[in-house]
Each structure stands twice: as structure tokens, then as C-alpha cells.
Design a protein around this ligand. Sequence first.
Ligand SMILES: [Zn+2]
Length: 411
Amino acid sequence: MSLASVGTNCSASALPSDVLTTGIYGMKSRLRKAATPYIAVSFALFFFLAECLAQNVRAHDSVEGMRTFLAGMPKAELHLHLEGTLSAETIVEITNRNGIDYFTTAAEVEQSLADRPPGLMGFLEHHFKSQNVMQTRQDFYDATYNLIEKLHENNVIYADLFFDPQAHTSRGIPFDEMFKGIDDGRRDARAKFGVTVNLIMCINRERSVASAFEMLDQAHAVRDKIIGLGMDSGPEYGNPPVKFRDVYARAREEGYFLTGHHDVDVRDSVKHIWQSLDIIGMDRIDHGLNASDDPKLVAELARRGMCLTGSPVKRASDPEPQDIDRIRALDDAGVCVSLNSDDPAEFETGYLTNMLVLFQQASEYTKSDMTRLMFNAFDALWLLQDEKDEYVDVLKEYAVNNDIDWNEVTR
Ligand SMILES: [Zn+2]
């Protein structure tokens, strides 16, 4: 009720007869008495509405403030597939250039993404079709250069980039053509945008051991340009890490760092993570969030300081980024988990800034928490300690300039 309505109710005809008989002084007194509760309610209502407005402004400021903070944060990406970064526009440009008879419009690419069945194999259905548009050195160059431009827009200052040679050589594309395109794109984009990108060559786990060895042979001449050996694609069940034990052993001898995918909620995921730790001797674990199901594994990961490259992606059908509870459980237990965009062109989470914003909104992690997850990525880089420290210092300076207690970040 408003003050105006109090006044309306106080017309002479509405006044009780005793007010009329007690004179103007009595009427004023009665009116004051009658209006007092209304005035009090109105003031309370006014302050309530003002507080609501202030809360909304503060909430809006904090959402915008967090978004600005996450956008400006210097970032590292440790789990990013070249083949999953082709935008609809790039796919159409390459298909038209190469005269391929699918994906002639961006709308067709979007429809193919929307039509994917759930699960890893449904995801791979579109992923394979999309990656197959790349055929020439120029295609690989464009894909790499365009990706690094996007990374720069997201304030990513370092990235380890997965690429899948077997997916291309099996289509008749020479390894050297593919690699030259990627490497030249990386070199030119670094000169332009200042982003350091190292390459991780991945085994397609559904292919044979012989094929993986052949890939290592093909890469021999450019060994010094590839930092690590990974493993991806699928299905994972039936193609465990131990299948490639000998390939990994040779890669280790040749000086590669080792990592591999352990997709979430696939059968025997925990068993596969143990294999990768104890038999393969991996240096990082990609995904691996099912580790949270096994307290012994959680303790072992924390003891070893082993980093899991999480990727809480979100499809249009997901209410929020996936696996937040698992990431929180591992983070709370002191396990190094980083956040990564995985296949940014193929998920609604997109590139890293947007993913961090969506993850923070759903998890309600603080700025310190978000900085810790980013620190984990820099801390897990396969670089000399001095080089790593330089990257961490960039993040630390950003955090301190944003009034974040660094001790909370590195708790
Ligand atoms: Zn991945």
C-alpha cells in the first residue's frame, strides 16, 4: 500500500462521526494515529525495494566482475584437439575449396552438431566427418592459425595441442604434408599473436599397435617439434592404455612426455587410470575424473602431484557444464585438476573464457578457486622449472592485481 492510498481513504465522508465532533485538533491527531502504521509499512517497503534493487545491482556487478576477471585471466590449455576446433565457417570454406560434397553451408554443420547421439561415439560421429574436410597442407595451416587466433582472444598464453596423424594418414594424406601445415601455422600464429603452442601427437586407440608404431616412425624426423605422445578417440573399453604399452615405452625412450585419454563414465575407467600410472608411467592424465570413485586412487594422484586435464564441457542438452561435482571432490582432496575446452567448436562451452564463466556460475567457485584451477594448468606444463615459473608469475601478478591472496591459490 502507498501513502497516496492512505490519503484517499482519509476523505471526510469516510471519517468516523466522533472525529467530526472533536474538532480539527482531534481529527489531526486521529489522522496521525491512523496513518502511522501505513507510513511505517511504506518506509519498510521503500527500504525493502531499495535493498532488492541494490542486491540486483551488486549481483549484476559481481557476475560482470567475475566475467571480466575470467576473461582477462592469463590462461593455459592442456587439453585441446586441433580436429575439434574447426568452426562451421572454416569447415564450409575448406569443403568448398576441396570440392567435398557435404557441409556446403554453416547451417548444415550446426544441424550435424545438433543431431549427434549422446555419448562418446555419438560425439565422434560428427567429429570424424568434420576432421575429414582437411586434406591439404593449406587446410591444416588454416585450422592451426585460426585456432591460435582464437586462443589469443581468450588470453591463452600457452597451449598443448593434440593432433591425430592416423586419422589423416589413413585417408591417404602424407604425414609430412599434414605436419608442415600445422607447424607453419603454429610458427606464423606465434609470431603474430605471441601464443606458445606445443604439439601432442595422439594414438587413435581403436587402431592397431602396428599403426601406432608406424606413426612414431613417421614422426621421427620432426621428433624435436613434438612435445608429447597422447591417446584419444574410441571406444575406450576394449582399447585400454596397456594395449599400447610397448608404443609408450618406445616413445619414452625417444624423449616424449606421455599422456592419454580416460573418458568419464566409461567402463573400467578407474582400472585404466591405474594402468596409466603404474604400467605406462604417464606424466599427465587426460580427463580421468572417475578417479574420484576410488579413494586410494585419489590419494595416489595427490601424492604424485599428477595432474588431470578436466574438460567440463556442455552440450545444448546439458543444464550446466559436466562433472562439476567430480572436479570439486578431486580439488578438495588436493588433486591437481585443470579446466580445458577439449573440442571448443563442438561443444556449447566453446573456448576457455566462456567455459570458465559457465563453470564458475554453476559451481559458485570464488576468484581464488578459479585462479587455483588455472594455476594447476601452468604447474603441470612440460617445461623446465624456470620456464614454468615465468608463466606462473604472469598469473600471480594478475591475481595479486585483482586483490587475490596468492596463499589461498596455492593452498
Ligand atoms: Zn579430449
